[in-house]
Design a protein around this ligand. Structure first.
Ligand code: ADP
Ligand code: ZN
Length: 192
């Protein structure tokens, strides 16, 4: 048996519906990383242009500078060897390779923090997030407040008729709903 110890990293996932404070929590963790003077890089997918081209921004207007990438492979290409912590927002919009990319970064000794929606507007698992949650050492599932009844909200209700899985936006397009108040699109039920 070898007594060699590896300096390993790990993966943290922050998930839940829209308005549950995922970006807020990501920014909170990353601010502490800055305070500790650890070397940090933050990424988000090119698709999310809601508020700012590169910053990570929460619905209550907290922000943090970030880099925009077109694919998860680009994250791997852009992370410096010296980087100690990698933050990723809107993980649901990335391709499935996000899981492998995060695993590689963690094996290199980096702390990887991924925030993203676990379900889409139909209540179905969203992009690489379910696999991301399985691969992560730590998973924090957050809830919003149901705008109809005030119960804990685990769903993102789309208020428009669009059937595209990705329709970027926030207030007016989506709202947080509990399981009783959530209404799946008429011809589709949430994942069984
Ligand atoms: P997420 O990244 O999960 O979409 P954000 O971190 O961007 O969430 O925003 C969280 C903030 O959204 C809350 O602190 C609050 O100010 C605001 N907010 C708006 N609607 C709701 C709601 N229904 N429940 C909880 N927070 C809400
Ligand atoms: Zn409700």
């Amino acid at each position: 048996m070898s007594d060699v110890r590896h300096r390993t990293g790990w993966v943290e996932v922050i998930t839940g519906p829209m308005f549950s404070g995922k970006s807020e929590e990501l920014i909170r963790r990353l601010r502490r990383v800055e305070i500790a003077r650890q070397r940090l890089q933050t990424f988000k997918p090119a698709i999310d242009d809601r508020f700012h081209a590169t910053d990570i921004v929460s619905h209550n207007q907290q922000r943090m500078p970030g880099e925009t990438v077109a694919s998860s492979a680009e994250i791997l290409a852009r992370v410096d060897e010296a980087t100690e912590v990698v933050g990723i927002d809107e993980g649901q919009f990335f391709d499935q390779d996000l899981v492998e990319v995060c695993n590689i970064l963690a094996k290199q000794g980096k702390r990887v923090i991924v925030a993203g929606l676990d379900q889409d507007y139909r209540g179905r698992p969203f992009g690489p997030m379910p696999a991301m949650m399985a691969a992560a050492e730590y998973v924090t599932k957050q809830l919003a407040i149901c705008v109809i009844c005030g119960n804990p909200a685990n769903h993102t209700q789309r208020l428009t008729g669009s059937r595209a899985q990705i329709q970027v936006g926030a207030q007016g397009l989506y709202e947080a709903r509990c399981r009783c108040c959530f209404q799946a699109p008429p011809d589709e039920s949430p994942s069984a």
